[in-house]
Design a protein around this ligand. Structure first.
Ligand SMILES: CSCCC(=O)C(=O)COP(=O)(O)O
Ligand SMILES: [Zn+2]
Length: 204
């Protein structure tokens, strides 16, 4: 495997995600666009906090197919969907933090609305805490093709930006490159933590 600067940054991001506790057990998956209709996707079932460059597999963005003998992530269909929907997306990070897992169950609506937080400006294009940022929320599904179709239908009706939550499962987010995807992940996780604590405290 040729280790491009983006792949090296992705491997470093995976180690950081592991240290944050956002990829417990074998949870999470990560990828980077590698040009020519290809992405490099983490191998299924590995500890994502201790991946190296050889743990990434070339996958066709059009078909989701990988070379025989290797098994890319069970959630390959979500990564390839994002690369097809958003030609500017260069990296995708999927994590299983406690906050994204719990908040996505507590919130019953079709999106988690974030408003009033300065850290919304960690998301590309956001300029003010006064604006509302909607993070789409989908019911989880073991049928990834069906889930991808639901997400695609949502994206045809309304903007799908930064990432989406899967109920009781976690966050999938992206950016124009690994650096931006990582900033979106860190910003969203901070915002989820704030939102969890706000909801807990405002209940009392
Ligand atoms: C215990 S992890 C369950 C599967 C999952 O949600 C995930 O993110 C990891 O799947 P992968 O096939 O990418 O290892
Ligand atoms: Zn997952």
């Amino acid at each position: 495997m040729t280790v491009t600067p983006q792949l090296a940054q992705l491997v470093a991001a995976c180690h950081w995600i592991g240290q944050q506790g956002w990829a417990p057990a074998t949870g999470g998956n990560m990828s980077v666009r590698a040009g020519d209709g290809i992405c490099l996707l983490s191998e299924s079932g590995k500890d994502k906090g201790s991946l190296n460059a050889d743990d990434f597999i070339e996958v066709s963005i059009a078909t989701g197919q990988a070379a025989a003998g290797r098994t890319p992530s069970a959630e390959t269909g979500l990564h390839t969907l994002i690369y097809r929907l958003f030609p500017e997306a260069g990296a995708v990070l999927h994590t299983h933090s406690v906050n994204s897992t719990v908040l996505s169950r507590v919130e019953k609506g079709p999106a988690l609305q974030l408003q009033g937080y300065e850290m919304q400006k960690s998301l590309a294009g956001q300029r003010s805490h006064l604006d509302q940022v909607a993070i789409a929320l989908f019911d989880n599904d073991q049928d990834i093709d069906a889930l991808a179709l639901r997400i695609e239908a949502y994206a045809q009706r309304q903007p799908l930006r930064y990432g989406f939550l899967l109920r009781g499962h976690g966050l999938t987010c992206w950016g124009k490159d690994v650096q931006e995807a990582r900033r979106h992940l860190e910003g969203l996780e901070f915002l989820f933590n704030c939102e969890m604590q706000r909801r807990l405290l405002e209940k009392t």
